[in-house]
Design a protein around this ligand. Structure first.
Ligand code: C5J
Length: 226
């Protein structure tokens, strides 16, 4: 009998079905942080309509619950910086020429600073103590983090990548993962953008040219084969 955790599954996806083994696939949830999803955070300060991202929360919650129920690996990321801002490039601090920027006091504490309320993950998806949280200073989850080493040490070869935003941190992470040899599946309803047109094109870019960066499916299709 095949053990549940070594079972291989095939998900309906574009550009063609995505195959993975439960033993070698992790759920990687990108930056579902209050600063990006809640009113008064960094996302809203940049002029974005944060309500555009709220629809991602429930499908992520369902996927996370399924992953947890099978005791499969889950990892979360948070974009943010050290309280002393020594890892904040001046170019990132200045970008946008805003009056209030990263490191300054906002309604949910210092913006995108580790340990502040706004930097933390939304309550609906709050990590369990057993789930690694990768604090990243950039857009990609592999840049200046231990993520690749952690995945290699666990024998992970495929990633289900969810979170926000589709065209920024999700796309950057999928591209970084692709160059490191991981196969990535992105469930479209579990990723979100402040801009509907970027949501559409961000997903298109991943699956174009025979899946140049990965595969796109939905949480419903993924849950159906778990
Ligand atoms: C952004 C992210 N959009 N998590 N960060 O600045 O996509």
């Amino acid at each position: 009998m095949i053990m549940e955790t070594t079972r291989s599954v095939t998900v309906e996806a574009e550009p063609y079905p995505f195959e993975f083994s439960l033993a070698t696939c992790a759920l990687l949830i990108i930056d579902m942080q209050r600063d990006f999803l809640e009113p008064g955070g960094f996302g809203e300060m940049l002029g974005n309509d944060v309500s555009q991202l709220r629809s991602t929360s429930e499908p992520n919650r369902r996927l996370l619950a399924a992953w947890r129920s099978k005791q499969l690996p889950v990892m979360h990321t948070r974009e943010g910086h050290r309280p002393d801002l020594m890892d904040l490039p001046p170019a990132k601090k200045m970008r946008g020429r805003g009056k209030t920027t990263i490191g300054d006091k906002g309604p949910m504490g210092r913006i995108l600073v580790r340990g502040e309320a706004g930097h933390d993950i939304i309550p609906e998806l709050y990590p369990l103590p057993s789930e690694p949280v990768i604090d990243k200073p950039g857009k990609g989850a592999f840049f200046a983090t231990d993520l690749h080493a952690m995945l290699q040490n666990r024998g992970i070869q495929q990633l289900i990548v969810t979170g926000v935003t589709t065209e920024v941190c999700v796309n950057t992470t999928v591209r970084e993962a692709n160059d490191r040899g991981y196969d990535c599946l992105v469930p479209s309803d579990c990723v979100g953008s402040y801009f509907p047109e970027f949501q559409a094109v961000g997903l298109k870019m991943i699956k174009a040219q025979g899946g140049i960066f990965g595969w796109v499916s939905s949480s419903e299709k993924l849950l159906a084969v778990l």
